[in-house]
Design a protein around this ligand. Structure first.
Ligand code: FAD
Length: 500
């Protein structure tokens, strides 16, 4: 909190010098596009002396010398050539993880690589059951994965949400009141909508409809005014008429002609990740983590912007790692490790019949959709866990790519990513099964209340003799006492119609 303003201001200045369009909204709002943020950070890199960069390398595992981290091994995604780094320290900043079939404008292989890599190297994971969901376009095909449906709702356009049978999904008035101006809005909307999904009332593609009838019924000039106002606002950050690559004029045409468009709920952010302390250090000497890969400050529910967290943690992790490196020597990795990792990298390219990694990954994602979505219960989570274990046991060793060429082999990246996603998903689903209550974004229809007596605690996952072991850790309370007893939640209201 204290370092946020400075970190943001530094990035703001980089953005300015990189001529990125950005907006300051009083009292403390900052808007720029995702690509604008990328350009700002690259500007910062260019202005900082002594930083060498290497691009397009997929890191597969870390090298260790005894307990300490001493490098990393990966391969160049275009040439397929192996790459070995020797390093005194490693900072993992590989972002979050998301197991669902609809991926957002996130990278399309968000398998939680860094989280699983750190886990294999001996780090602990925490809060893996908490995923933040956001409405994401299923159509038109060219916009699949865009969060434009969320933005249209958030911009206050008069749109409704319908289930797959065409029935309106209302947000109860009591909940609307809580949602207004509060970060709870996303949980409330997700909970209302996903209750219908849990009842099996989804569209053919597993989503819901965004209904534009109320807009279309308004006099034409009013629709235009609202629409062009939104468009003009976006012009300050994006190419006129576009939100990223979404053609807003096409959207308007479809809104008028079709009246409704399909969307789904997918992950915007994973609250859980690698356990780090305030210096961003993991429990593995020499290993640091920052950003969404870390189990950060948000716990069960992200209540503020992620970007500030990324900027502060990235900066802190860099300083801490540099300090550690200054006081340590280069270490030699334990023998045979590099060969072992390179064998894993080559495994999907081996001759012989096997299972297509893309198809296998699709099955894993479908299993997560079914049991690990916004509203969960024992039966669904258990089914998802069984499928995770089946895929790990039966499919993972059999993954083979259609092409045996190492040159830009997307199947190989999926195969290596799937191992990581299985680790993250196992930690997430098992933690969700263990947490027999509802809290933040973890909503259980079979345990709809918050149970502070048993679960005001973090669930940790770590490797123990090749198996994943879960444990709980109560927070240390300094200023605010840990609540006790149980409380009603949004889930209680929606599932059992109990008033909050
Ligand atoms: C659609 C969407 C909208 C969002 N909107 C907002 C918003 O308005 N405000 C906000 O604050 N936050 C928002 N967020 C969240 C925020 O964007 C992320 O939390 C943040 O970008 C995470 O930053 P990061 O640096 O930790 O990871 P990322 O930005 O995800 O970067 C991780 C990098 O690591 C690379 N990587 C992954 N695996 C490997 C590997 N094995 N080897 C090598 N490289 C690897 C990836 O390719 C990527 O470049 C949004 C997220 C999404 C998906």
């Amino acid at each position: 909190m204290e370092e946020g303003p400075e970190a943001v201001y530094r990035c703001w200045q980089w953005a300015e010098r990189a001529k990125v369009k950005q907006q300051f909204i009083k009292p403390a709002g900052w808007m720029l596009s995702g690509s604008g943020m990328g350009r700002a950070l690259r500007q910062g890199l260019q202005e900082t002396p002594g930083i060498r960069t290497q691009e397009d390398i997929m890191i597969v595992d870390l090298l260790k010398s005894g307990d300490c981290v001493c490098g990393a091994v990966g391969f160049h995604v275009y040439s397929g050539e192996p790459v070995v780094f020797r390093a005194k320290t490693v900072v993992i900043a590989t972002g979050g993880w998301q197991p669902f079939s609809v991926t957002s404008t996130n990278s399309d292989v968000t398998c939680g690589d860094g989280i699983a890599i750190a886990y294999r190297a001996g780090a602990q994971l925490a809060d893996m059951e908490f995923q933040l969901f956001i409405p994401t376009a299923l159509e038109p095909e060219c916009s699949r994965g865009s969060i434009l449906p969320y933005l249209l709702i958030a911009a206050g356009l008069p749109v409704d949400v319908l289930d797959g049978e065409g029935s309106l999904i209302p947000t109860p008035k009591a909940l609307q009141k809580i949602a207004k101006g509060s970060e709870l809005g996303k949980i409330i909307a997700d909970a209302c909508w996903s209750q219908r999904l849990a009842e099996g009332k989804q569209t053919e593609n597993g989503g819901l409809y965004l209904d534009f009838s109320r807009i279309n019924r308004k006099p034409h000039f009013l629709v235009n005014t609202v629409f062009w106002l939104v468009l003009n606002q976006m012009k300050k950050l994006y190419r006129y008429g576009y939100y990223h690559s979404d053609d807003l004029k096409l959207w308007k045409k479809l809104m008028e002609e079709r009246g409704k468009l399909e969307f789904a709920l997918c992950s915007e952010y994973s609250m859980g990740g690698i356990v780090i302390d305030e210096t961003m250090a993991t429990r593995v000497p020499g290993l640091y983590a920052a950003g969404e890969a870390g189990s950060g400050v948000f716990g069960a529910c992200r209540v503020a912007d992620a970007t500030t967290e990324m900027l502060v943690q990235g900066s802190r992790a860099g300083s801490s790692a540099a300090q550690y490196a200054a006081g340590s020597e280069f270490l030699c990795g334990d023998s045979g490790q590099t060969e072992q990792i390179l064998q894993k990298v080559g495994a999907p390219l081996r001759e012989g019949d096997g299972i297509d990694p893309l198809k296998s990954l699709k099955k894993l994602r479908a299993a997560a959709d079914v049991g690990f979505g916004p509203i969960r219960n024992e039966a669904g989570l258990s089914r998802t866990l069984a499928e995770i274990r089946r895929i790990r046991g039966q499919e993972l060793p059999q993954l083979r790519t259609a092409s045996r060429s190492p040159v830009y082999n997307y199947g190989r990246m999926c195969a290596l990513g799937e191992e990581n996603l299985l680790t993250c998903a196992e930690a997430g689903v098992r933690s969700a099964l263990m947490r027999k209550e509802s809290r933040g974004f973890h909503l259980r229809s079979d345990f709809p209340a918050v149970d502070n007596s048993r679960f005001a605690a973090r669930i940790l996952a770590e490797r123990d003799g090749g198996e994943m072991k879960l444990s709980t850790r109560k927070p240390e309370a300094h200023r605010i006492p840990i609540p006790s007893g149980s409380e009603l939640t949004v889930c209680d209201y929606i599932v059992n119609q109990k008033l909050i």
